[in-house]
Structures are given as C-alpha cells and as structure tokens.
Design a protein around this ligand. Structure first.
Ligand SMILES: *[C@@H]1O[C@H](CO)[C@@H](O)[C@H](O)[C@H]1NC(C)=O
Ligand SMILES: *[C@@H]1O[C@H](CO)[C@@H](O)[C@H](O)[C@H]1NC(C)=O
Ligand SMILES: *[C@@H]1O[C@H](CO)[C@@H](O)[C@H](O)[C@H]1NC(C)=O
Ligand SMILES: *[C@@H]1O[C@H](CO)[C@@H](O)[C@H](O)[C@H]1NC(C)=O
Length: 296
C-alpha cells in the first residue's frame, strides 16, 4: 500500500455554478520513470464512473451519459470524467467500478474505482461510502488477493475531494451563499493540503504524493472558453426548470423538469455542479503539461 504513488486532486466548488477553488501544484519526489499499469480511484462524483446504485437518483438518469456512452452509465457528466482522461494519459483503460468487480473480471487488470458521487472524507448528506469506507473496500479487495504486492508497486492512486465536506457543512450550518470569505476558505484548505502532503512526502520513503492544480486548470479553461465557444462558461448545459428541480428531475407523471442545451460540447458545465465531457477534456488538456512533467 505504501508503495502506491498517488495523485491528489483537491478542488472544490462552493455551491452551485461556479468555480473551483484549488491550490498550487506540489510535486515533491517526482514520479520520473514510473509507469503505472493500474489506477485505484477514491473520492466523489468528479471521478466516480458508476459506483452509485441505479436506484439512487443522480448519474443513472437521463440525460446523463448523453454524449458517452449515449445513455446514463453512472457518470456525473454527459460523457467521460477525469478518471477516464487520466487512465488514457497513463495508457490504460478506465478502471472498473468497484460495484462491477465481480462481473467484468477481465477489466480488473486496470485497477479499480472506489469513488462514490456525493461523498467526502467525512460523512455527507448522502449515504454513499465515505473515503474511509472506500479505503476499507480497497483493503478488502487486497485481502482477497485480487491484486498482488507487485501489482500495487506499479499502481497509481487518484484521490478526489471536490468539496462535499464543505457543502455539507454549509448545508447543515447555514451561510449557504457563495462569497469571497468562503472562497478564501478554499485557499486555506488548499494551503493546509499542501502542508499535509509535504509532510506525507517527508514521512514516506517510496511513495510520491502529487497535487494537481485543478483550480488553475478550471480557470485556464474558463479564460479560453469565455472568448470562444461559450458565451458564459459558468452556464451549465442541463438545468432544472423551477427552483426544486435539477438536471434529470421529472414530475410524478414522468414529465421532464429540466432542459438540455442544444450543444453539450459547447458547455463547460454539464449540470450545476459537474463539468461536461468537453469540460473535462479541456481541464485534462490544461493539466497535461504538468502530467508530462511528472511522468517524463
Ligand atoms: C465513514 O463511514 C463509516 C461507516 O458509516 C463511519 O463509521 C465512519 O465514522 C465514517 N468516517 C468519517 C470520518 O466520517
Ligand atoms: C456544524 O458546525 C459545528 C460547529 O462548528 C460542527 O461541529 C459540525 O461538524 C458542523 N456540521 C457539519 C455537517 O459539518
Ligand atoms: C460570507 O461568509 C461568511 C462566513 O460564512 C459570513 O460570515 C459572511 O456574512 C458572508 N458574507 C456575505 C456578504 O454573505
Ligand atoms: C522531515 O522529517 C524530518 C524527520 O522527521 C524532520 O527533521 C524535518 O524537519 C522534516 N522536513 C520537513 C521539510 O518537514
């Protein structure tokens, strides 16, 4: 376990459409020459590729998955998410969702995705497994000898903590408004994360923990897009009609209570919280120079 290299994504939105806050890149021990053959993924909806049960509303309803694979498939986007792009970057298939580990056995070789949308490090308002439980699942899988110690040495762990802990705090404790004070909380979080990761890197011999600057990647994308394809990069493609509905909501008769824009590929955000496939692709492009620096 302690030989797995890890990429940590820290990024978070405070509330509905906007923006992420995130931090600086911190690369301590570099991953030069490291060629991962497996990804193990932990975290939330930014990296979940299908762990949420179909019975739980969210990523399994229309119009999610519209662009890829063409129907809802458990991703919180119209198509691919960050996990898929990172898997592509390291040259493997997107790792199988934990939930399907007993079904698609041949895909086990690319690692496993333990991320569940809506979750945080601490318990949030959703009942999905928190980070600790996800790691317990991982340890159980290791105990079952699905992966050998040698496998783990050539593995990369991706960790996304996009902000559900904070939105839960805000939802439970009030001050449900996005403002600069709260944005600066993001900066504070990010600073603490850097310090924590620096400490981790100092304490571990073989591991390399790296933070990728998702905040910068989002901002770069907003800047580029603002002038070209989209008029307002913060405007989501799929939005609810009325205050109690959101992307995918239907009324008691199954009538859609949301609208989907004509061109998802022209939107950065798919719904009020999650990037579209196009959005993730742009973020990935912005991250690529850093990834190449880490892996060259
Ligand atoms: C994570 O979930 C488990 C199982 O519900 C719970 O026992 C644990 O306290 C939670 N951990 C945190 C940090 O909230
Ligand atoms: C709400 O605030 C209290 C007091 O600061 C804190 O102990 C509690 O954990 C907060 N609730 C959530 C869900 O974060
Ligand atoms: C911004 O958030 C802080 C902390 O939650 C709160 O004290 C403050 O009143 C908020 N400011 C505005 C303008 O809403
Ligand atoms: C790294 O750890 C050593 C030994 O615990 C400590 O003396 C040193 O100050 C640490 N360095 C940093 C940069 O934290």
């Amino acid at each position: 376990m302690d030989t797995i290299k890890a990429l940590l994504f820290s990024f978070f939105h405070l509330l509905f459409f906007l923006s992420g806050q995130q931090q600086q890149v911190l690369g301590h021990r570099q991953l030069y020459g490291f060629r991962p053959t497996k990804l193990f993924v932990f975290g939330d909806s930014y990296v979940d590729t299908g762990n949420i049960p179909k019975s739980v509303l969210g990523s399994w309803k229309e119009p999610y998955g519209l662009t890829f694979p063409g129907k809802p498939a458990g991703r919180f986007s119209d198509g691919r998410v960050l996990t898929d792009y990172l898997a592509r970057f390291v040259g493997i298939k997107s790792p199988i969702a934990y939930r399907w580990r007993k079904i698609a056995l041949k895909n086990l070789k690319y690692g496993m995705n333990f991320a569940f949308g809506g979750t945080g490090v601490f318990d949030t308002l959703v009942v999905n497994p928190n980070m600790t439980t996800q790691i317990d699942f991982f340890q159980q899988v290791i105990k079952e000898a699905v992966y050998s110690p040698a496998d783990l040495k050539s593995s990369l762990a991706l960790v996304s903590a996009a902000g559900n802990d904070y939105s839960t705090y805000v939802a439970v404790n009030g001050s449900a408004e996005c403002n600069e004070t709260e944005n600066s909380l993001s900066g504070f979080h990010n600073l603490l994360l850097q310090q924590a990761v620096a400490k981790l890197n100092n304490e571990t011999k073989d591991s390399a923990f790296v933070i990728l600057d998702l905040f910068g990647a989002f901002m770069t994308t907003f800047k580029n897009k603002g002038s070209s394809k989209t008029e307002n990069p913060l405007m989501p493609c799929c939005v609810g009609i009325g205050k109690d509905s959101s992307c995918g909501s239907v009324d008691d008769n199954g009538v859609k209570l949301y609208t989907v824009c004509a061109k998802p590929e022209a939107s950065f955000f798919w719904d009020g919280v999650h990037p579209s496939q196009e959005g993730w692709q742009s973020v990935y492009s912005a991250l690529k120079p850093k990834l190449q620096q880490i892996y060259c």
